[in-house]
Structures are given as C-alpha cells and as structure tokens.
Design a protein around this ligand. Structure first.
Ligand code: UDP
Ligand code: MN
Length: 306
C-alpha cells in the first residue's frame, strides 16, 4: 500500500527534474555567453555598440583556408563585427564564399575582389619599394565603406590582415573608440621587437611617442594592426587612401596622416600595457611530396577543398 502512495510523488519529482533539464537546454540554445565579463558585456550591449568593419585583404595560397577559418571564429564570437574580405584575384572564389556561409556570416560580411596589378608584384631594384601588400584591396574596401555605411551611426574601421593573431578582447577595446578618433594599442612580435607600443603622457591620456626600433622616424611608426579608425574620419577626409607611391613600412603613416595627429590618438588596451594582437606570420607551406605526386598526374587533395 505504502508503495502506491510514494509512486505519484516520484512521478512528480521526475516531472520537476525533467522540466529543470528542459529549461537548462532551452537557455543554452539561446545565444547566451558563458565567457569572461568583457564578452558578456559585449553581448548585452550588442545593439548599441558601434559596428566594427574589419577589412581583410587575402590571396590564394595553400594555408589561406586555415588562416581565414581562424579569423571566421572571431566573427562568430563577436556579434557587432562586419567582415569585408577582399580577394587579391580577378574574381571572388567559392572557397571564400563557402567559408562565409559555413560560419553563418552571409549577412555580416561583404565579399569583394580586386587583383594587384602584376607590375607591382615584380621585385624592383630598390628593396624598399617592392611588393606593397593589400594596397589595392584596402582601397577598394574604403570605397565600399564610403558608399555603403550609414554615417549617422558611429562605426569603426580596422585593417585586419589574414595571418595575424587577434584576441576577442581587442575588439572590446576597439568598441571604445570615440567618434572622430583613431584608437591605438601595442602589437606583439613586430618590427624586430617583442612588442611595439605607444608611450603615453603621465595622465595616460595622450600618446607622446613610440618605441619602434625599425624606421622610428616614420610619422606613425606603428603596424597596421596597431590602430582602428572612426568611420566618420574617412567621410570627412575623402583623400585618405593607401598608396603604392610610398616606401615599405609607410602605409600606416600614409593613411593616418590624412586622418589624425599623434596628439589626437586615443590610447586603449589598459593604457597600452596589454598585448591583444600579434603580428604572427605563417611559414610557407612545404609541398615537395605533393609536387612529386603532381608529376605522376596524381594529387592528395583530388575533389577536396583544403
Ligand atoms: N596580401 C594580398 N596579396 C598579396 C600578398 C598579401 O592580398 O599578394 C594580403 C595578405 O593576405 C594579408 C595582407 O595582404 O592579409 C598583408 O600581407 P602579409 O601578411 O603577407 O604582409 P606582412 O605580414 O609582411 O605585413
Ligand atoms: Mn602578415
């Protein structure tokens, strides 16, 4: 008899446990963030944060999909990023289109293409003038931005090369860039140093110098990954573009000289003490065995996209 009385209670407990599990599953199904505070804050504020337009020039080579896959995961984590991916090619590629689709980024990306004129890829006599990388591609993205971005809303432009390593935290910092300003921060593993960084005034509000060892005389001796720009500056300064007519290492100075001065730079990343981006470079892929296969009319990746 007592067993009969307990059973309904057990059923009730089971139902409650089931409901609790159902609620947990439902909650996890939503886009909630289990990550650190800065990421949770970004999710909570996603609708009010300025859109960050990340401009990535990219070109076909064996490691391209690996590099772009790494980057695509940043976009999957960060809801307020828009990816402008510009292929150095005569047409957009199915590899990039497929990658954007698989990452669910169709609505938060723009796929463009423009080929670097071959004469610029030839090695000139002066080693300082050889092969500017990504110039044509970044300029095309700037044209697209000037024509397509709603400038009533604050937004930010970041030149994001495809082979560097970026922390999600960098994008939280970038979101703090004020209208009309250029944000700056340190970059790891660049210019022959462990870190290239801006020096700040005592109150930590102004950039007063840089520690660059390579060509410190440049107007802005920093890497492309060291700054991001409030979009309204590109509207106010339509002449701001990248150029082939500058020496190696001067692209950053070339674009920034139209947009800002050292004094107006906005220091970020914990008063430029945190390294949140690294100028890593991927080793050239060795394919000696593949080349031997090709000579026999075979290949390891037949029908596969690598
Ligand atoms: N890039 C390009 N075409 C090229 C070489 C490079 O579009 O012929 C892109 C590359 O994918 C990267 C950016 O330009 O996003 C900078 O190139 P790289 O990383 O080789 O330059 P570095 O590391 O020397 O600054
Ligand atoms: Mn690089």
């Amino acid at each position: 008899m007592s067993e009969v009385r307990i059973r309904p209670r057990q059923v009730l407990v089971l139902i409650i446990v089931f409901l609790v599990i159902l609620m947990m599953v439902h909650r996890n199904g939503k886009r909630t963030c289990q990550g650190p505070d800065y990421l949770q804050t970004m999710y909570a504020q996603a609708d009010t944060l300025p859109t960050i337009y990340a401009v990535t020039p990219t070109y076909t080579r064996p490691a391209q999909k690996a590099e772009l896959t790494r980057l695509s995961h940043l976009f999957m984590l960060l809801p307020h990023l828009h990816w402008i991916i510009v292929e150095d090619a005569n047409a957009t590629s199915p590899l990039v289109t497929g990658l954007l689709e698989r990452a669910g980024l169709e609505k938060r990306s723009t796929q463009l293409n423009i080929k670097t004129p071959p004469e610029f890829k030839l090695q000139g006599k002066d080693p300082n003038w050889i092969k500017p990388r990504g110039v044509e591609q970044r300029n095309l993205a700037l044209t697209w931005l000037r024509n397509n971005v709603d400038t009533d809303r604050h937004s930010i432009v970041f030149f994001m090369d495809d082979d560097n390593s970026y922390s999600t935290e960098l994008f939280a910092e970038m979101s703090k860039i004020e209208r009309g300003r250029v944000g700056v921060w340190p970059v790891g593993l660049v210019g022959g140093l462990m870190v290239e960084r801006p020096y700040l005034s005592e109150d930590q509000k102004q950039v007063i110098g840089f520690n660059a060892a390579w060509r410190p005389e440049r107007p802005f001796p920093i890497d492309m990954a060291a700054f991001a720009i409030s979009m309204d500056l590109f509207i106010r300064n339509p002449q701001a573009l990248f150029s082939y007519e500058v020496q190696r290492g001067y692209q950053e100075s070339e674009i920034l000289r139209h947009l800002t001065t050292r004094e107006k730079l906005q220091p970020l990343a914990n008063a430029c003490r945190d390294v949140l981006v690294w100028h890593t470079r991927t080793e050239k892929t060795k394919l000696t065995a593949e080349e031997a296969l090709l000579k026999q009319g075979k290949r390891s990746d037949g029908g596969m996209e690598v």
